[in-house]
Design a protein around this ligand. Structure first.
Ligand SMILES: Nc1ncnc2c1ncn2[C@@H]1O[C@H](COP(=O)(O)OP(=O)(O)OP(=O)(O)O)[C@@H](O)[C@H]1O
Length: 465
């Protein structure tokens, strides 16, 4: 019930009935103090929030209210003192109350009170749930990224489906597999996938990159016991990679780079499944499955006498040709999104590719294949500040544009030197190693390494590094 008294509210009976119903229907507490400093209006919600019967509040001065009701006066007092709106949140008997006091014309003050205990609880709950959702999102992205790193082969094109069908058929048997394809097409991930799908999956998967090591070192890596300590008369040490692969898979990457002398020894291992350790007399049996890979044309090398025909036939039991990325553009969107998810999770950022950017990726020819795409996505995730990756962010040549553009006339020597460094830099960005840069540009690895250093130094000088 709304109570008015003389000198206080003056309303027509109908209006008073309406206002009374309105005020008592509010969930918010309302209290009005008249210009004489006495409480002249209290609605039901306010009496309930104060825990005091309305009759005990009416006509009292706020300052005279007994202790339990002292939480209302501060907000009213401040409002009366300053003549300005006041707001505060107070805790009372385990509840949180939001209080306001507003000065009205002719010396009246209106106070309101709202129980925000439940609202606060819900807010905290929403905040906790948002934090949890973020945590789960990161965990999920991390798990996905981890799985992708563990040889998840992505590809929906017909060409890749065929490759995967073949791999699923040959993985369970122990036949030797020869993976063929340009650099960066995914020979390494497919080799790991074959191992994962084979009964040897719980055994070791050992990889050796024959292009990365000179012949003598390659031989000792494969066959030797690495020099170790001597305990008593016995020589201790780590077995060579072939022995390390015992019970599992030996992945010989870039087999086309193995020198002729070493090819004989490898042939022996493949035929006999035994190795003679360097300096030893008796052979040691090894139980290994061999997967070899190369970007070279082994048949042509055989014809030129640079690769042994007998080794070639031994390796070429199940040849698997992996097409370059430009021949399966349907795989580009899904690969790009897989790499985007992986690197966003790794670097804890959020990035998206616009449909136009994806179109641009699909239109490019990717000479460095999947590795080039992976490197580009990582670079964009790390270097871009913007959330959206758009076509203008992609450092790719316009489709169909000339490979070299002349912008001004400079001495030929300078132009050639500048172009050379640009080329080395671009190849390094795509392939990521001096061995591969050397191979792509047809120069020796040491020359490639020197030129990469020069390119990096120039990047640093020009602040582009
Ligand atoms: N189908 C694919 N799905 C997911 N990732 C892939 C796929 N193909 C290639 N990659 C990724 O691209 C990169 C290059 O692949 P990989 O090293 O297997 O290529 P490669 O053909 O063995 O190259 P190289 O001959 O230069 O050694 C790797 O980081 C690999 O994870």
């Amino acid at each position: 019930m709304i109570c008015g008294s003389a000198g206080g509210m003056c309303m027509a009976p109908l209006a008073e009935t309406v206002v009374r119903a309105l005020l008592d229907g509010l969930a918010e507490g309302v209290l009005a103090v008249a210009p004489d400093g006495r409480i002249r209006l209290v609605n039901g919600a306010m009496a309930q929030l104060l825990g005091t019967p309305r009759a005990r509040l009416l006509d009292r001065r706020p300052a005279d209210l007994e202790d339990g009701d002292k939480w209302v006066p501060p907000v009213l007092r401040r409002c009366l003192e300053t003549g300005e709106r006041q707001a505060m949140v107070l805790e009372r008997a385990g509840r949180r109350l939001a209080l306001t006091a507003v000065p009205l014309p002719e010396g009246w003050v209106l106070a309101t009170a709202r129980d925000i205990t439940e609202l606060d609880r819900l807010e905290r709950q929403v905040e906790r749930m948002t934090q949890e959702r973020e945590r789960y999102r990161h965990e999920l992205a991390g798990l996905r990224a981890g799985q992708a790193g563990r040889a998840e082969v992505v590809g929906s094109s017909l060409a890749m489906q065929r490759v995967m069908d073949l791999i699923r058929r040959v993985a369970p048997v122990d036949s030797t597999i020869l993976l063929l394809g340009e650099s960066g097409v995914g020979k390494g991930v497919l080799a790991a996938e074959i191992h994962r799908l084979s009964p040897r999956r719980s055994g070791p998967f050992v990889r050796i990159d024959c292009a990365a090591l000179p012949g003598s070192l390659l031989e000792s890596e494969l066959f030797d016991y690495s020099p170790g300590s001597f305990t008593g008369a016995r020589r201790e040490g780590k077995p060579g990679l072939i022995e390390q692969a015992h019970g599992g898979t030996l992945f010989i990457d870039e087999i086309g780079d193995v020198p002729l002398e070493l090819q004989v020894k490898l042939l022996h291992v493949i035929q006999e499944r035994r190795i003679i350790r360097l300096g030893a007399v008796t052979p040691t049996a090894v139980d290994i499955r061999i997967i070899a890979a190369t970007h070279r044309d082994l048949e042509a090398m055989v014809a030129e006498g640079r690769f042994r025909a007998d080794l070639y036939y031994r390796l070429n039991v199940v040849p698997v040709k992996i097409p370059p990325l430009r021949e399966r553009p349907e795989d580009i969107p899904v690969l790009a999104r897989t790499f985007l998810d992986r690197f966003c999770a790794r670097y804890r950022v959020e990035r998206t590719l616009t449909p136009e950017a994806v179109e641009r990726l699909v239109a490019y020819s990717w000479p460095g294949n999947v590795r080039e795409l992976e490197n580009l996505v990582e670079r964009l995730v790390v270097t871009l500040d913007e959330r959206e990756i758009r076509p203008e962010h992609l450092p790719l040549p316009a489709p169909g544009g000339p490979p070299v553009q002349v912008r001004e006339i400079v001495p030929l020597k300078e132009a050639v030197a500048a172009l050379e460094l640009e080329l080395v830099g671009e190849a390094y960005r795509r392939f990521g190693s001096s061995v591969k840069v050397g191979r792509a540009l047809g120069i020796h690895q040491t020359t490639a390494a020197r030129k990469i250093r020069e390119w990096k130094a120039r990047q640093e000088r020009t602040g582009r590094g």
